[in-house]
Ligand binder design. Structure first.
Ligand code: MIG
Length: 638
């Protein structure tokens, strides 16, 4: 990923700004490295074209930046589920066993299985290995019947094999990158096209900066959509070419650059994004009523319009676990919010503890996928036995319960660019302590997540910014700003909820759409605040024609007066629920859980009518109410 975007804070954080350098050549930002008194930026070619965006709130900067470069398209809801990948699951029997392991053996929720490069015939894109996968359409249909989606990898390079239909077609259509020898080439000639070695051997590279080549590439996906493939994982699209680290297409290879003409030195940084764009435009043509799903490794400013991403090859160690946070937060600040790491780490082998800790963090990251390298040991939620399996299962189930909440955070991001995972400074820019926090983050409007990032640790220190925070597990309240030391045994991710939040949760499922949602639970954390819930059918494009429902919750609460510093007892809680939009969700009733309270109320009404079912929650520190679709809920204590 290359995002030539600089975000800055001035005057103790009061003034935030952004500088987007709109230049795709090899460039640099030098912030006092060469001369401590000089900050500079520039590139080896192109124009000095840049945008300066003043906030003063950084959230405003991001809103403007994504207005300029584009915003994420809403993924289908299943993309927010758990994904399982490895390099590579094959043959078909192995894939079927994986599916059965999830559904029948270990009962771990999962929405999607990823097929890495071994599904192809000799690494030829848009083909299947007929021995490993004799009947891909049949296999995928069976996986669909079990509620799985299938994503397959597609690399950038096309094997230079003149008996291979994609290569033939690319030569005929003349879409591959060429050296600047100025000759008009016969359609069968290949001598002047750039070739570089990747997995299949020598490859040609389509020129994705050409609209004609993009259309050609997009149409190739018919070979995959015809077999029922649900989404595409675009890898090696920097493009990566085998050789010393950093090897790619040489600088002087020619590109179309939208008809203007130029060299790879200019096209390089947008090559991967234009590939992803071609993929998505192709998928949208092939399936006009569906939301396209494309995961890309490479991208440039604005790639969020087309694709989601993963953070590339990490390592199975604790420092890579930590690094996930600054990476996902930085990508989010640059508009590429829908992203996540290889859970458990890509290279090397992970321990049960490391996987579980990574997964606990991953539940609060936009893209939740376990993936690992070739020849590394199994890396599935059950691979280390107990107690890991039970904990992993419980956290993945929590992810599914949180889907209404997370999907709402996705919608916010699609609407105004606000990232899903946010550094704390986005919420409290004037609190200088938050400016350098890279080991905890906010997820959506309500959650503060402080993952354990040390082997063997059973506690950690957490910074809570100003306000009242509920401990998600105990419902105890804590007051910020403060640094607190919290318990974190293996089964517990340090997790806090902002007072005043309403967190919508769904019943747990083994995959999205397993059955209709019959009841929505509103987790209410007393305080003052506005919360949102966005709902639509989760799969089609009907939301663009207004088929959605947006719910606004306004929560206020009053407490009895008391001189002690402790949180005093609640005396009254008021919750207004206002809906907008015609989409009708499947549930009829709501369950309202009021956290941090163990006294049954004196009176509780919805729209003036008394609530019949009102009980102490099993946890012992929350009150549970069963209600209909109210507009106003009022609860009073003696
Ligand atoms: O040269 O497709 O980042 O996720 O498993 C390695 C094999 C190519 C790199 C990707 C990784 C993927 C692997 N790919």
């Amino acid at each position: 990923m290359c995002m030539p975007m600089l975000l800055g804070l001035h005057s103790q954080g009061r003034q935030g700004y952004g500088l987007f350098f709109d230049n795709t050549f090899r460039g640099q930002f030098d912030l006092g490295a060469t001369d401590p008194n000089v900050a500079s930026f520039g590139a080896e070619g192109g124009e000095l074209r840049y945008y300066f965006i003043y906030g003063p709130a950084l959230t405003t900067v991001i809103e403007r930046y994504t207005e300029l470069t584009g915003r994420m398209i809403l993924p289908p809801l299943w993309v927010l589920g758990y994904h399982q990948s490895r390099w590579s699951y094959y043959p078909e029997a192995r894939v079927r066993k994986l599916a059965a392991d999830f559904r029948e053996v270990h009962h771990v929720p999962c929405d999607c299985i990823h097929l890495d490069i071994h599904y192809m015939d000799g690494y030829r894109c848009f083909t299947w290995d007929s021995e490993r996968f004799p009947d891909p359409a049949g296999m995928i249909a069976d996986l669909h019947a079990q509620g799985f989606k299938v994503i397959v990898i597609i690399d950038a390079g096309i094997k230079a094999d003149h008996r291979y239909w994609v290569c033939q077609s690319g030569l005929e259509q003349d879409v591959f990158c060429k050296y600047p020898d100025g000759k008009t080439l016969p359609s069968t000639g290949s001598g002047h096209r750039f070739k570089g070695p990747v997995w299949p051997g020598n490859c040609y590279f389509p020129d994705f900066t050409s609209p004609r080549a993009r259309t050609w590439w997009g149409d190739l996906y018919k070979a995959l959509t015809d077999t029922g493939v649900d989404g595409v994982w675009n890898d090696m699209n920097e493009p990566a070419v085998f050789g010393p680290p950093g090897t790619t297409i040489p600088d002087f290879v020619r590109h179309d650059l939208e008809g203007r003409g130029g060299y790879h030195v200019e096209a390089h940084n947008v090559y991967g994004m234009q590939l992803a764009r071609a993929t998505v435009e192709g998928l949208m043509k092939l399936r006009p009523d569906e939301r396209p799903v494309c995961i890309t490794r490479s991208g440039w400013a604005g790639v969020q319009r087309y694709a989601m991403s993963w953070t590339g090859d990490n390592e199975s160690n604790w420092s890579s676990l930590w690094l996930t946070m600054p990476m996902v937060m930085s990508l989010g600040l640059c508009g590429m919010a829908n992203t996540g790491p290889d859970i458990g780490g890509f290279s090397g082998s992970t321990t049960g503890e490391l996987f579980t800790r990574w997964l606990q963090m991953g539940v609060f990251l936009p893209f939740l996928r376990a993936h690992t390298a070739i020849r590394s040991p199994d890396q599935e939620p059950w691979s280390w036995g107990e107690p890991y399996l039970s904990i992993n299962r419980r956290y993945i189930a929590l992810r599914y319960r949180l889907l209404p909440y997370l999907y709402t955070a996705f919608w916010q991001c699609a609407r105004n660019g606000l990232p899903i995972v946010r550094p704390l400074l986005l919420a409290c820019q004037d609190d200088a302590t938050t400016h350098t926090l890279d080991d905890q983050f906010l997820c959506g409007d309500a959650f503060l997540v402080a993952p354990v990032i040390e082997e063997g640790a059973t506690r950690r220190s957490v910074y809570l910014p100003a306000g009242t925070w509920y401990d998600f597990w105990t419902d105890e309240t804590l007051r910020g700003p403060a640094r607190v030391e919290v318990q974190a045994p293996l089964e517990q991710l340090p997790l806090f909820v902002r007072a005043g939040s309403v967190v919508p949760m769904a019943p747990p499922m083994h995959y999205v759409g397993q059955r209709p949602v019959d009841r929505l639970t509103l987790h209410v954390y007393p305080g003052e605040g506005i919360s949102w819930l966005y709902e639509d059918d989760g799969e089609s494009l009907a939301y663009r024609r207004g088929q959605y429902r947006l719910t606004r919750f306004a929560l206020s609460s009053a407490r009895t007066r008391s001189r002690s510093k402790e949180e005093t007892p609640l005396s009254r809680l008021d919750l207004h629920r206002r809906i907008e939009g015609p989409y009708a969700p499947t549930y009829r009733g709501l369950e309202v859980i009021i956290h941090g309270e163990n006294r049954l109320p004196r009176a509780a009404t919805t729209d003036g009518q008394p609530i019949e079912r009102c009980e102490l929650d099993d946890s012992g520190h929350a009150i549970r109410l069963h209600v209909g679709l109210f507009e106003r809920l009022v609860v009073e204590w003696a």
